[in-house]
Design a protein around this ligand. Structure first.
Ligand SMILES: Cc1cc2nc3c(=O)[nH]c(=O)nc-3n(C[C@H](O)[C@H](O)[C@H](O)COP(=O)(O)O)c2cc1C
Length: 214
């Protein structure tokens, strides 16, 4: 029996009209298909209405529909790539909202980033995101993609002007994520992580605030 491929969720972290986010996300999804290590799921946060008003303290309260739907999708992932704009030197509010709705969906998964912006390429967004994920904990990996002056890097059809050049960091990200993903999947299933006060999410099983048993 062949082992199923790990699953990679690529998340578009901007929801503005006329946004650029889908362009690098779609490009990277194609690169991930070409790389062949992952089953790829391209998730657009614009398709979900995530309330900024987060859940209260009742663990039995029902989640809003779109939060539950997104949570199911995230829980299947073995690795993430967050595609982030830079708004006033940091990442988007919708990404923070999406992060804060979930716990076990992020936990013990590897995460990389694609940022885009002006001269900085949105690098400050990545650095700010790296400060968040130890909380779950999730592993933010070494490699990332930063796209300075992004409007020069893709043509009107959304194709990179320099496909070969941009493939280099894409492959580095994918190679690194696929080193971590199966190992952490196995660890999530078999090795209880010390000190978690929520259950890990696995496949279709959303996280809960019960002690970890998965
Ligand atoms: C509220 C806001 C703040 C921004 N702040 C920055 C910034 O600090 N640095 C930067 O390089 N670009 C900044 N930009 C420009 C964005 O990089 C550019 O609009 C980009 O297209 C945003 O991504 P999106 O189109 O996917 O939403 C900002 C844009 C907005 C809307």
């Amino acid at each position: 029996m062949t082992t199923p491929k790990p699953k990679l969720a690529i998340i578009i972290g901007s929801i503005r009209p006329d946004r650029f986010g889908p362009t690098p996300a779609a490009w990277f999804a194609q690169e991930a298909e070409r790389h062949e290590a992952f089953d790829v799921d391209l998730i657009d946060l614009a398709e979900y209405e995530l309330p900024m008003e987060l859940a209260g303290n009742d663990p039995d309260a029902e989640l809003p529909d779109d939060v539950a739907k997104l949570g199911k999708r995230l829980s299947k992932a073995d690795a993430f790539v967050l595609v982030t704009p830079v708004y006033n030197r940091s990442y988007s509010a919708v990404l923070k909202t999406a992060i804060d709705w979930f716990y076990g969906e992020w936990a013990l998964r590897p995460i990389s980033f694609i940022s885009y912006g002006g001269i900085t390429g949105g690098l400050t967004s990545i650095e700010h995101l790296r400060g968040v994920f130890p909380e779950f904990p999730a592993v933010t990996v070494k490699n990332f993609i930063s796209l300075p002056d992004f409007w020069k890097l893709f043509d009107h059809d959304g194709k990179p002007v320099n496909s070969e050049g941009l493939r280099v960091p894409a492959v580095a990200v994918l190679d690194e994520l696929v080193w971590w993903a199966p190992m952490l999947r196995e660890a999530r299933a078999n090795r209880p992580y010390p000190g978690l006060d929520f259950a890990l999410a696995a496949d279709d099983k959303p996280s809960t605030l019960e002690p970890a048993t998965v």
